[in-house]
Design a binder for this molecule. Structure first.
Ligand code: ADP
Ligand code: GLC
Length: 486
């Protein structure tokens, strides 16, 4: 099959979160299974790519009354995957991808409408696919365009579409007159179309117009059909439940493996865990915590400090937490309120708690390597990658049982010696506290703890299995599309 994958970010070119990890690695895994894959991304200021050449000098993209002429650049092939970049400095040569701490860029609708249309044009000219795979709201207009503006286009008669939800909390909501600025007709502004409580909803467009929908864990695929997790789109998702499924993300073990991780001061394996001690010492030093007491458990956090990630739960019990005997190191950026909370804790308890308000990949690796436990009390979590890295690093995850966290962490049972971590269901500070205390107590039994570490380290979440599931789904969609086209 020929697949075009499109999203707003992908490693190694650009990244703000887990989406980039997925779109950076899944295409290669699919190519390894014998398919032709091309990835189309915007070219931002932060995009790091060498050896670009011009693939298309100028596309003509009408948006509202204006015509825009982006260029398309081709980057190097990576493991057989072609990469194209939509070059339009007016929209993409900016400090950040989506906005600054002051807020989203006011022209995000136009930026990603232009991008989506450029994706369709690029596919048409350079790489007509059997399947177009789009991710999140930034590329959600692609299936909308194929079913409206490009509806009669013979090039795409047999092209199927898959839309992957990585996070329902970000939908791309804009005022109604946006439609005029992005080259779509008012007839789409209906409850069956893009309208959502008086606004234009890009993500909803993806849900309504794609042939198939998936999300990044099975549990989340179910959760989003409920009022609690549906962000107002549960009705639409329930209507489409026959074509909605969940495929768990894989992770890239060439980057995340304590046996080879170049960011760690020592390496370790399930057979020989010794190196983890040196990693712990190094981590404490990185955070200027006293590295004398290596027996005291060290809990790590790498996160966006937002309500999604359970920052409010941590805030709720922060001061009680500090009475327990453990170190806490936290790395992240996010809402000012939670950044301030972590800073306050670090100031008040300088021998136990430390925080780095930053986006720092090297430090993220050191936390996975050096911590004993990894805390991820998310309110909702479509998949979550850090807890999967943690399993591989023998860094026992403590999670809330939601979405991908629930699908990847099995509760530790000291009686049978089975399980990989600790989890709680109720979204409350007390439940978090109880579970953390349970983990701290379990840590005291060194032999049992090592077994728990090894259980997690033995789990295999490499991309291959997930890529096979995606290919099977692609085949199903392409089959459906061909049957409908004949
Ligand atoms: P999300 O995409 O919702 O933020 P995920 O767990 O799927 O959550 O992915 C987060 C990714 O971003 C991981 O690769 C993680 O290591 C990385 N990450 C998040 N915050 C930071 C940070 N402050 N510094 C370095 N890496 C980070
Ligand atoms: C989103 C989700 C996260 C998921 C990632 C990659 O950012 O918040 O749970 O792991 O996408 O799919």
């Amino acid at each position: 099959m020929r697949i075009v994958m499109t999203a707003s970010e992908a490693v190694p070119f650009s990244k703000t979160g887990g989406l980039a990890d997925v779109v950076g690695v899944l295409p290669q895994a699919i190519a390894r299974l014998g398919h032709e894959v091309a990835v189309i991304l915007p070219r931002y200021r932060m995009t790091s790519v060498s050896e670009l050449h011009i693939a298309i000098h100028s596309l003509t993209i009408p948006l509202g009354r204006k015509l825009h002429f982006p260029m398309v650049l081709e980057g190097p092939r990576q493991d057989g995957v072609r990469s194209f970049f939509v070059e339009y400095p007016h929209y993409f040569d900016r400090e950040a991808l989506y906005g600054t701490p002051q807020g989203d860029y006011p022209d995000n609708a136009e930026r990603f409408a232009l991008f989506s249309r450029a994706v369709v044009e690029t596919a048409k000219i350079l790489f007509v696919p059997d399947l177009l795979h789009c991710h999140d709201w930034q590329s959600a207009l692609v299936p909308v365009l194929l079913n409206t503006v490009y509806a009669g286009d013979p090039a795409f008669r047999k092209t199927g579409t898959l839309f992957t939800i990585h996070n329902l909390g970000y939908q791309g909501l804009f005022p109604p007159n946006t439609l005029e600025n992005i080259g779509l007709g008012w007839e789409l502004f209906t409850v069956e179309g893009l309208e959502f409580y008086g606004k234009v909803n890009f993500l909803k467009g993806g849900l309504v117009y794609s042939d198939y929908i998936n999300t990044v864990s099975r549990k989340y695929a179910q959760e989003i059909q409920t009022d609690e997790y549906g962000f107002g789109l549960q009705g639409v998702l329930r209507q489409r439940s026959a074509v909605l499924t969940g495929i768990l993300n894989g992770v890239d073990y060439t980057q995340w493996d304590p046996a080879t991780d170049s960011f760690l001061v020592a390496h370790y394996t399930p057979e020989d865990l010794k190196g983890k001690r040196a990693c712990k010492k190094d981590l404490l030093e990185q955070f200027h915590l006293p590295a004398k007491d290596l027996k005291r458990p060290l809990v790590g956090i790498v996160s966006r400090f937002t309500v999604q990630k359970g920052a409010d739960l941590i805030a709720e019990v922060a001061d009680v937490l500090t009475q327990e005997d453990f170190y806490l190191v936290a790395l992240g950026t996010g809402d000012a309120e939670y950044e301030a909370l972590f800073k306050r804790l670090a100031e008040q308890y300088p021998k136990k708690m430390a925080v780095r308000i930053a986006y720092d990949n090297a430090l993220a690796h050191k936390i996975e390597g050096g911590a004993d436990m990894f805390l991820m009390p998310s309110r909702y979590e479509p998949c979550g990658l850090n807890q999967i890295y943690s399993l591989k690093y023998g860094t026992v995850p403590i999670v809330r049982a939601t979405g991908g966290l629930d699908d990847t962490v099995e509760p530790w049972d000291p009686a049978s010696g089975a399980g990989t971590g600790f989890k709680f269901s109720e979204y409350s500070g007390q439940a978090l506290l109880d579970t953390l205390r349970k983990a701290l107590a379990a840590y005291q039994d060194r032999a049992a703890w090592q077994r728990l570490m090894r259980n997690g380290m033995a789990r295999d979440h490499s991309w291959e299995a997930s890529a096979r599931e995606y290919v099977a789904l692609y085949q199903k969609i392409v089959g459906m599309k061909r049957a409908a086209a004949t």
